[in-house]
Every structure is written in C-alpha cells, then in structure tokens.
Design a binder for this molecule. Structure first.
Ligand code: ATP
Length: 336
C-alpha cells in the first residue's frame, strides 16, 4: 500500500436553510486516497457530490455547516480549522478545488497572469512578478498550454482552453489533492478529452499527488480514475476499481446507474438501457433504513427499516446493502 494522502472518516455536513431546516447532504462519508491515485465520485444530481467536494476542503460557510468527522490531508487533520487558516495554509497547497462551471467564474477583464499572481501571493506575498511569470509560463508549456495565454484575457479563450487554464491556475502551487467537480461536462468531446489528458498529465508529472474527479456519469470515469465511488442520497453506496465498478457493479443503484447512461464509453455499449424509477429521498428527513429501498426492485421489508452499513468484499471492494454480494450477482445473472 502506498502513502495515504487523504483520509476522511465518517464526515457529516449539512445545509441549514433560511427556514431553519437541516438538509443532511453528506451523511457519514469515509474514504482514503493513496499517493499517485485518483478517485472518481459518481451519482445523480442532488446526491451530494458537490457538497462532499466543498466539505472535503474543510472550508465552511453558511448555509453549509460541519457536523462531525475527520478530514486528514497528508497526516494533518483539517476538519476543525478556522476558515481563515484554511484559506491561508490549505487551499491551493494542500487541496485545490475546481468548482462546476469554474471557467465562467474568471473575471473577463483581467489577464490570466493576474489570477496566478493572486493565488501565489496568498501563500508567498513577496514573490516577484517576474519569478511568478517564469514559473507560470514553464508550467503552462509543460501542460500543453501556450505561455502566450498568460497575457490574454479570459474572453479571448475558447471554452476548452479556458477550462484548462483554470485547472493550470488552480494547481500552480502543486496541491496534494485536486478536487475537480464535473471539470469536463460543459465541453465538447474534443475539449473534454484534452481536459482529461491534462488532469492525467498533472498526476504523472507529480504536480498533484492525488485527484478526486466528480461526475454524474459513471462510465466517463473508466480510463480516467483508478477507483470509483458511487454516491446516493448523501452516502457512499459502493467503491471499487474503475474496471470493477463499470463492468461489475454490485449495488443495485450502481447497477442502475450503469444501465441508465445513454451514451456509454466504448466497451460498455452492450449493456441494456434502463431507467431507475422513482426519485431520491428528501435529505431533510432521510429514511431510517436503506436510502435506496423505495426505488430498489430487490428491497425487502427489512431493507426499509434497518440502517445499512458499508460491507467489504473481494479485493478492496465495499458496498452498502443488506443483500449478500453472491445473492445479488446470482439475481443479476438470472436477469440477463
Ligand atoms: N445552499 C443549499 N441550501 C440547502 N440545500 C442545498 C444547498 N445546496 C445544495 N443543497 C441540497 O443538498 C443536496 C446535495 O446537493 P449537491 O449540489 O451537493 O448534489 P450534487 O450531487 O452535486 O448535484 P449536481 O450533480 O446537480 O451538482 C441536495 O438535496 C440539494 O438540494
């Protein structure tokens, strides 16, 4: 086993709405990522992926609140640090975050190099501009972006180029963990591939030590991340290698997610296209039993009343279901 870069233990966070209602968006998430490894997180809209990404940075602002659990980055527990300390000593260097639609957040009137100066000056206020420019142009070139981009404004860049620029800016301080939330979903296929190539290159060149890639499309993660976790209603329901999760998902929800993708990646086209009936539970009052039970065709009366913990099986895999793995596999086999 390699060195653990990120360890999250039973993390619980919630939103408090303006009507003072609690929304339990991340409910007991545990995960680990080793140095040099990437983890994909998949799940349908509203399952808590973006909230998990925000929560992992330890950077909490209302309406999002930390409840309990640990976030340990390279041995340092950041879960209860003050926001100001997080901003100064964690963001950018330990953890970098690329939010959804990040490319649209670039101020169009500012040159790209100014964003880089801003990022570097938070941690190193005295670094001369010339040194920053040299560092940035070398990094851009290495990542396949022309150094001339540094003197351009965001409006002068295409969508794909803008997104790759945002990624290069966010990782300029070589963070230990990069969290990318749907980094390629708003782009055309060619630009998507270039973004993914760039993320892989950041890992290979050691500019980031680990990566979390969030998407609602499970098969997209195949070929991109080493492992995949599937999230449902604020909880992780399954984890395995990308290959296992795409070709041999065990949890009925992961199985359904694979079946509901309209344009699967090559190698997954043979599977049947199916819809998952129903809607996810209300996270203001999550069910006491399995959260997927109401939509699961294999659910028993017990599933609706008994809370389900994570169960391990096989080689480093885990899932959250009362039904035994072998039984589930047998049922899937018979359905084919
Ligand atoms: N500011 C907020 N206040 C209250 N509830 C929120 C807020 N933001 C998100 N939520 C709720 O938290 C839950 C998780 O939302 P989240 O955005 O993390 O899901 P997601 O999986 O990232 O969805 P998407 O793929 O659409 O981005 C949802 O029930 C959502 O309605």
């Amino acid at each position: 086993m390699g060195k653990t870069i990120l360890e999250v233990k039973n993390l619980k966070t919630k939103y408090v709405t303006r009507f003072r209602e609690d929304v339990y968006a991340v409910d007991g998430v545990s995960l680990t990522i080793e140095e040099g490894k990437s983890l994909g997180i998949a799940g349908e809209s509203g399952c808590g992926k973006s909230t998990l990404a925000l929560s992992l940075m330890g950077y909490y602002f209302p309406p999002l609140h930390y409840m309990s659990g640990d976030i340990i980055v390279d041995g340092k527990n950041i879960s209860q640090m003050e926001p100001d300390a997080i901003r100064k000593s964690i963001l950018g260097t330990e953890i970098a975050y690329i939010p959804q639609a990040a490319m649209n957040a670039l101020n169009p009137t500012q040159k790209i190099i100014r964003f880089i100066e801003d990022v570097i000056h938070v941690h190193n206020p005295k670094m001369p501009k010339k040194e920053i420019y040299d560092l940035a142009s070398a990094r851009f070139e290495e990542l396949g972006l022309p150094a001339s981009v540094l003197d351009k404004h965001a409006v002068e860049l295409s969508g794909g180029m803008k997104q790759r620029t945002v990624i290069a800016i966010s990782t300029i301080l070589s963070p230990k963990v990069l969290i990318a939330d749907e980094p390629s979903s708003a782009l055309d296929v060619t630009s998507q591939k270039m973004v993914i190539k760039m993320l892989k290159s950041l890992m290979e060149k050691g500019y980031i030590k680990s990566m979390i890639f969030i998407t609602h499309e499970l098969p997209l993660l195949y070929n991109v991340t080493d492992d995949i976790m599937v999230m449902y209603a604020g909880q992780i329901v399954e984890r395995g290698t990308a290959k296992d999760m795409v070709f041999d998902p065990v949890h009925p929800y992961s199985k359904g997610l694979m079946g509901s993708i309209i344009v699967p990646e090559s190698g997954t086209r043979e599977h049947k296209l199916t819809a998952i009936p129903g809607t996810p539970p209300n996270l203001k009052k999550p069910p006491v039993g399995c959260r997927f039970a109401d939509r699961c065709k294999y659910a028993t009366a017990e599933c609706k009343v008994n809370a389900v913990g994570i169960r391990e099986f096989g080689d480093g895999r885990s899932y959250r279901c009362l039904i035994d793995v072998e039984k589930l596999k047998e049922v899937y086999e018979n359905e084919q």
